[in-house]
Design a binder for this molecule. Structure first.
Ligand code: HH2
Length: 252
């Protein structure tokens, strides 16, 4: 899953894809490089960020979606029903909701029975989530949250076979929590749904390596997640990840 953030402030690619032509071009390039899906987002969820209005999010993402139509398999990274609706109308196939259907009571109905849905774990909210993340058993607590959100989504009429789960690397977690979640990914896989991992360019990698160039670190994290059973890797640098995962897959 390639990432195109149409935002001025995303921690990894903020401002790069604000121009709709540049964003659409980046999405097409990611597919050429081997991405199966491109996740377009108009709101940064980096630690400390405030949300944006639905109007602003629509203003950012709709021109990009309009340029791509149905030519690129698209995911919309949003927790707002209005933004998801606009994206699905324009051919998006997956709604990636970092609030796991806790942000907008109307989102479940918009996803309905035709779109795919990603449910992600977050402790707290972006503004404060990195202040003091705490767990007794991070893998068990994330799994139990995702199990409950999966049951909620299914009760809302979203078919279980259309739902994937994501531990939410960096969303209210320390470096140790993030590493443990990947190490113990089997606890999430036991829920029986495909697992998404997004470690790409996250600050834990900088803390571990002391480097600002996070490409090698991102690829290593993706391969480690893949080897523990993740089947969707959310990444910014598609080509190196596709190459690494192709080799890791061939060896496996
Ligand atoms: N991470 C980010 C945003 N959306 N969605 C899922 N499912 N999983 C993730 O790990 C995830 C996500 C944050 O990364 P990024 O999009 O690079 O930055 P920002 O939120 O600042 O736009």
């Amino acid at each position: 899953m390639g990432v195109v953030n149409v935002t001025p402030d995303s921690f990894s690619d903020g401002g790069v894809h604000l121009d709709p032509d540049a964003a659409a071009g980046a999405a097409r390039r990611m597919v050429e490089e081997g991405a199966a899906i491109v996740d377009v987002g108009g709101e940064s969820t980096r630690p400390g960020s405030d949300g944006v209005s639905a109007e602003e999010e629509l203003r950012r993402v709709v021109p990009v979606l309009d340029r791509l139509g149905r030519e690129v398999p698209l995911s919309i990274d949003t927790s707002k029903a209005a933004v998801a609706r606009a994206a699905l109308e324009r051919g998006a196939v997956l709604v990636n909701d970092v609030t796991a259907l806790q942000g907008d009571p109307e989102l479940a109905e918009v996803v309905g029975s035709n779109a795919y849905l990603c449910l992600m774990h977050m402790q707290g909210a972006p503004r404060t989530m990195q202040a003091e993340p705490r767990y007794d058993d991070v893998a068990a607590e994330v799994a139990s949250f995702l199990e409950a959100r999966l049951a909620f989504a299914v009760a809302q009429g979203i078919p279980e076979e259309r739902i994937c789960l994501d531990p939410g690397i960096g969303f209210g977690k320390t470096v140790a929590h993030n590493l443990e979640l990947v190490r113990r990914l089997d606890v999430l896989l036991a829920l029986g749904r495909p697992v998404v991992v997004g470690f790409s360019r996250k600050s834990s990698l900088r803390k571990l390596t002391g480097s600002d160039d996070l490409l090698g670190a991102s690829v290593a994290a993706a391969v480690a997640a893949f080897e523990r059973g993740a089947t969707i890797l959310r990444v910014h640098d598609v080509k190196p990840h596709v190459d690494a995962l192709t080799v890791a897959g061939a060896i496996a």
